[in-house]
Design a protein around this ligand. Structure first.
Ligand code: MLT
Length: 408
């Protein structure tokens, strides 16, 4: 008899965004004339920058000619893109990351979900609460957790609550943990972590022989010059951290798919008898076995993100989204909501009115304002009573959404 991986049966709900899509779809079917404004899933709305499109068109041309056609590329990504990343994302900030430590992939969602495969099943993982659901769900699927409770928390995971009181940056865990997921600028709260806060985590990981999995998919949205863009800006982080980045939100690649993961040389985890094993070599082995690389055309588009024109075009697009976030913060603040985030991240995190739960607020906004957001509870138990609005939309639509919320 064929059996299933029963760990999947522990998952408490459908994946958050399809679940929201299902509810919005049902509402739209019942109310076909309701003009919905979507500030839910963080999906970009501005088109690809012209510099990216130009580079991709040129790459398509190359692919159309026998002399310049390319088949399989290197699984880890083309040297031209890895070098551009090393120079422009890292060297420019005084951080030493070599091209051969960079693995190009089709998304930070996949990478942050897949990375747990190279770690032992008996590791204790720690996540912030609220949290990007991929980190938790993939560990549930792998069998690294116990059963879930009614709030959606799973046994054997250390949850680190992030609240307004700790500025949505968690305190160190009170019991030893091995694998720590951190995301800054944070999805969903929009909070950022300072040098000092991140240093505490690097020191913790060093002392406890733990690994930090640092998701910095939203670093391009940082406006405050004192905030680190990379975990490797923190002294000692190369010895304890893996970093994930993405072109999705930075450069409008949600539908194109390109991202990368940095696994430094010298970063190790251990066999049961204490022998160090290179995580870069394990990740490389996994990557080559399960992945055949991102397309040449896409990688040429990603490379153009670092050209002078590309950078300027991206700066303008990010400024547009951040002006949306500022408008949302202002409008919601004027309405009396406690608002967080939205200054260095494309997400605004707000406290729902007293006595109104996250999903209840989701329904209220959908029914009365025809505005779609994301319930904080969907990101974890500590997200209950909060709500996330994404700044990815047209400024006029954001303005309308705020007017409709004001009129509820
Ligand atoms: C989100 O809305 O949290 C993100 O768009 C999801 C993702 O990047 O996978």
């Amino acid at each position: 008899m064929i059996t299933v991986n029963e760990h999947f049966l522990k998952l408490k709900a459908g994946y958050l965004f399809p679940e929201i899509g299902r509810r919005v779809g049902a509402f739209a079917k019942a109310n076909p004339d309701a003009p919905l404004i979507k500030l839910g899933i963080g999906d970009v709305t501005e088109p690809l920058p012209p510099a990216v499109c130009g580079a991709m068109l040129k790459a398509v041309e190359e692919m159309s000619r026998p002399a310049t056609f390319r088949g399989y590329g290197p699984e880890q990504g083309y040297e031209f893109l890895r070098q551009a990343i090393a120079d422009c994302d890292y060297k420019s900030r005084g951080v030493a990351v070599r091209p051969d430590e960079i693995f190009i992939s089709d998304g930070a969602k996949c990478d942050t979900g897949n990375i747990q495969e190279i770690f032992g099943l008996d590791n204790i993982i720690a996540v912030t609460d609220p949290v990007y659901p991929v980190y938790v769900d993939t560990n549930v699927m792998a069998g690294r957790t116990g059963a879930g409770d009614s709030s959606g928390r799973y046994g054997n995971i250390v949850y680190m609550p992030c609240t307004a009181e700790n500025n949505f940056v968690p305190d160190l865990p009170s019991r030893p943990v091995d694998l720590i997921y951190l995301c800054y600028p944070n999805n969903p709260t929009g909070a950022v972590a300072t040098q000092e806060q991140l240093k505490k985590w690097v020191d913790y990981a060093k002392k406890n022989k733990a690994i930090l999995l640092f998701d910095s998919a939203y670093e391009a949205f940082i406006q405050d010059d004192s905030i680190p863009h990379s975990i490797y800006e923190i002294e000692g982080a190369r010895d304890v951290a893996i970093e994930f980045r993405s072109f999705s939100k930075t450069a409008g690649f949600t539908g194109v798919r390109c991202a990368f993961t940095v696994v430094p040389d010298g970063l190790s985890a251990y066999t049961r008898d204490g022998q160090p094993v290179s995580l870069k070599s394990l990740w490389n082995r996994r990557h080559c076995t399960k992945f055949n690389g991102v397309s040449y055309v896409t990688q040429r588009g990603a490379e153009a993100v670092y050209s002078p024109e590309g950078r300027e075009q991206i700066r303008q697009i990010i400024a547009l989204y951040m002006s949306n976030a500022a408008a949302m913060r202002k409008a919601l603040g004027d309405l009396g909501y406690a608002v967080y985030g939205g200054t260095d991240a494309p997400y605004v995190w707000l406290k729902t009115p007293d006595g109104v739960g996250s999903w209840e607020f989701f329904d209220l906004l959908l029914q009365k304002a025809h505005v779609v957001g994301t319930p904080g509870a969907g990101f974890g138990a500590a997200g209950e009573g909060y709500f996330r609005l994404s700044a990815f939309n047209d400024p006029e639509k954001v303005k309308q959404a705020m007017e409709r919320i004001a009129a509820i």
